[in-house]
Write a protein that binds this ligand. Structure first.
Ligand code: ADP
Ligand code: MG
Length: 326
């Protein structure tokens, strides 16, 4: 089982950022209103994610670490309509097979918290612990037992950059949730829940940097059941990398070829040639017309009518950008 989990880990976990992504998704799936992310050495040494979600019952703690022990899907029919991020039950066992993982949780409405540790797939005993309602997952020494994997990791700066990308996306997807992100004892982001337009603006400014909102155009357009909302950055806010490119489909972060092409094309046809435009865009459409479970870890989606989506995005952005006169 260790080997199988390590192979699965190759699919799901390739760097600290992918661990953070899986753990964040679990916290959000658990209905957390507040999530804390803490890193040491950009997560290479330690990643700790704490949430105030519904927690895990003691009987289920060890089970979570067994492969395919997801609590999120009970039948094949359900698989067709999963809306939660996780439905495969392989992230935790995969992470536990290539790191030292400690899971501590107190289920909502119970008095006692419990804890279990796994190191390189070897499970310890369930033990009582002190913990508020919710869950903490701590991952230490990623890839300590798979040196070949460890070799592929980049330096701390790069790994931190990727983790930030994941946290940024989560914070832009879930304005209703409070996020705290701390790296090397320094607070990177403290984001209270953003429940009104002003608070959302504040969060976007905090995450994308001062100047983004001032140098961007607001988009809001609906057509044939497709709805696009968000901000597109103007030329003076173009960045040297893709850190300021965020696209969400029905609330989840997505990197998709159809989307990327439509956005790039609109920008370059209007004003921006050969740079990295900044944008935060939310596309909403009928969940039945998009498949979000194409690949477990990659943020790909498959649109039933890719052409329609492409043209809608292209035309909407072309029009918005085209109305801009510097
Ligand atoms: P999946 O998310 O695909 O179900 P995971 O391996 O990520 O699989 O998690 C396994 C199970 O552990 C989840 O289905 C859930 O029941 C439980 N779990 C993991 N993290 C949390 C959390 N933060 N809060 C509550 N339950 C959790
Ligand atoms: Mg999961």
């Amino acid at each position: 089982a260790l080997l199988i989990n390590q192979i699965a880990a190759g699919e799901v976990v390739d760097r600290p950022a992918s661990v953070v992504k899986e753990l964040l998704e679990n916290s959000l799936d658990a209905g957390a209103r507040r999530v804390e992310i803490l890193l040491e050495e950009s997560g290479l040494r330690r990643i700790r994610i704490r949430d105030d979600g519904h927690g895990i019952a003691p009987d289920d703690l060890a089970l979570c670490l067994a492969r395919h022990a997801t609590s999120k899907i009970r039948s094949l029919e359900e698989l067709e309509q999963v809306e939660s991020f996780g439905f495969r039950g392989e992230a935790l066992p995969a992470i536990a097979s290539v790191a030292r993982l400690q899971l501590t949780s107190r289920e909502t409405g119970t008095e006692q918290a419990w804890q279990i540790s796994v190191s390189g797939g070897e499970s310890g005993e369930l033990a009582p612990a002190a913990h508020p309602a919710g869950t903490t997952v701590e991952v230490r020494d990623l890839f300590f037992n798979t040196p070949a994997r460890r070799k592929f990791l980049k330096g701390e700066r790069t790994e931190l950059f990727h983790v930030q990308d994941v946290v940024r996306a989560a914070a832009l997807a879930r304005f209703d949730v409070e996020f705290r992100f701390q790296s090397a004892e320094r607070s990177v982001w403290r984001l209270p829940p953003a429940l009104d337009a002003q608070a959302r603006h504040q969060r976007v400014a905090e995450i994308l940097g001062e100047g983004f909102l001032e140098n961007s155009l607001y988009v809001e357009h609906e057509h044939l059941g497709l709805r696009l909302e968000g901000w597109v950055g103007l030329p003076n806010f173009n960045r040297a990398n893709t850190a300021a490119q965020h696209f969400f489909v029905n609330g989840r972060p997505v990197r998709d070829k159809t989307v990327a092409h439509a956005v790039r094309q609109a920008f370059s046809d209007v004003l921006f040639k050969g740079r990295h435009p900044a944008f935060v865009l939310y596309l909403c459409l009928d969940p039945a017309s998009v498949d979000v479970n194409v690949h477990p870890a990659k943020q790909e989606v498959r649109f039933r009518e890719a052409r329609l989506v492409h043209d809608f995005l292209y035309r909407t952005l072309y029009q918005v950008l085209g109305e801009y006169r510097p």
